[in-house]
Design a binder for this molecule. Structure first.
Ligand code: G6P
Length: 364
């Protein structure tokens, strides 16, 4: 039960929270999507959002990575330009805003100071805002114009897992509602209820493969100090989150990279045995990323491929069940969560309370 704050039979909260993701997807679907498939969100908020000529998503850490995924979802389903921004940058170096901006704050805790200082400025400018958070009545919740709850249940492990997947799902809910209001075909055509059910089942398939992922983690990361995640498009955004997870709890230096950028510098770091985790869920980027895999392999990289069933080839180590590409990170992030978990465990780290990190950071 995603609301239960005891560890139950789990050794760590993180693994429990990873396992709760299918039920979180079902809960989001049940709360925000009616039986007939229509979306249940505040009509006042939609009206305001519909006036926006640009959406600014502001967040930090893992929530920022969920914002990068959301950018593509809003642009596709609701035909509105979106900027995903880091609170710690945006607040001090605010770009020239569009005429009718709408701000979305993504925050698991609702307390992140870097994001809040942006909200303070947004409020001073009398601009509309929405906070999507896991914690009702948190600071960002109270201070923004509109709110949506992530419904992930308490997240206790410092490394965020179910809040990330919940954020993507709730972004999709809102983007579909806005797109439908605007009469956009992509929004009408997306059966989000079905897709969230597919996401729940897909996550379940991956978490049921824990033992195999644990073994792969040992094969690829034992005695390694560096690792790379690569991908294009939706997989690039995902690679950033996958690498952050690994850094946070295993302390292995990891970078998430746009696969096509490797050749412009980073490929110099590839040596014999360097682990490279390649994501292939993005249809447009798939064949190019396959090319990049060959390039790093030729330089000795130890490549693990995480591919959507649609694009998978024999020999790919992890196959993601088919799902709408836009929301595919909900499922394809899960192997990375598990890889980080098992790498951390193998190193004897404190999985739930990694060094130097706090669950919510209330200083700028
Ligand atoms: C902290 C946590 C991260 C989290 C970030 C943003 O740094 O350690 O896991 O992603 O804050 O937190 P928020 O609560 O705003 O999503």
């Amino acid at each position: 039960d995603a609301n239960d704050i005891s560890k139950g039979t789990y050794e760590h909260y993180m693994l429990k929270e990873v396992d709760e993701q299918p039920s979180v997807m079902r809960r989001i679907s049940k709360n925000y999507i009616r039986e007939d498939g229509s979306i249940n969100v505040d009509p006042e908020m939609l009206k305001e959002l519909n006036k926006a000529d640009r959406i600014y998503i502001v967040a930090a850490g893992t929530s920022y990575h969920a914002g990068l995924v959301g950018k593509n979802i809003f642009e596709t389903l609701a035909d509105v330009p979106v900027d995903a921004e880091l609170g710690s940058e945006f607040g001090y170096h605010m770009p020239k805003l569009s005429k009718h901006p709408f701000f979305i704050f993504l925050s698991q805790s609702g307390e992140t100071a870097d994001s809040r200082q942006v909200l303070v400025k947004v409020n001073e400018m009398n601009l509309p805002s929405l906070t999507m958070t896991n914690v009702p009545n948190s600071t960002l919740w109270r201070e923004s114009t509109f709110t949506m709850e992530l419904l992930a249940g308490p997240e206790i492990a410092v490394a965020s897992t179910k809040a990330y997947t919940a954020q993507i799902a709730v972004e999709a809910v809102l983007a579909k509602a806005l797109g439908e209001l605007k009469g956009i075909k992509a929004a009408k055509d997306l059966d989000l209820k079905a897709q969230l059910a597919i996401a729940a089942n897909g996550i379940q398939t991956i978490v049921d493969e824990k033992d195999r992922i644990k073994k792969l983690t040992a094969d690829y990361l034992t005695d390694q100090d560096h690792a790379f995640y690569i991908g294009r498009g939706i997989d690039y955004a995902l690679s950033l989150e996958a690498a952050l997870k690994l850094k946070e709890i295993s302390y292995i230096h990891a970078e998430g990279f746009a696969a096509g950028e490797l050749k412009h510098g980073t490929i110099a770091l590839i040596e014999d045995g360097t682990p490279v985790f390649a994501y292939i869920n993005d249809g447009i980027g798939a064949s190019h990323t396959r090319g990049n895999i060959q390039e790093v392999k030729a330089r000795g990289a130890h490549v693990l491929v995480i591919a959507n069933e649609k694009y998978a080839q024999p020999g790919d180590q992890i196959v993601i069940p088919e799902i709408d590409e836009m929301i595919s990170p909900i499922v394809s992030v899960v192997p990375a969560q598990l890889i980080a978990y098992y790498a951390s465990l193998a190193r004897g780290n404190d999985v739930d309370k990694p060094r130097n990190l706090a669950k919510s950071v209330t200083v700028e």
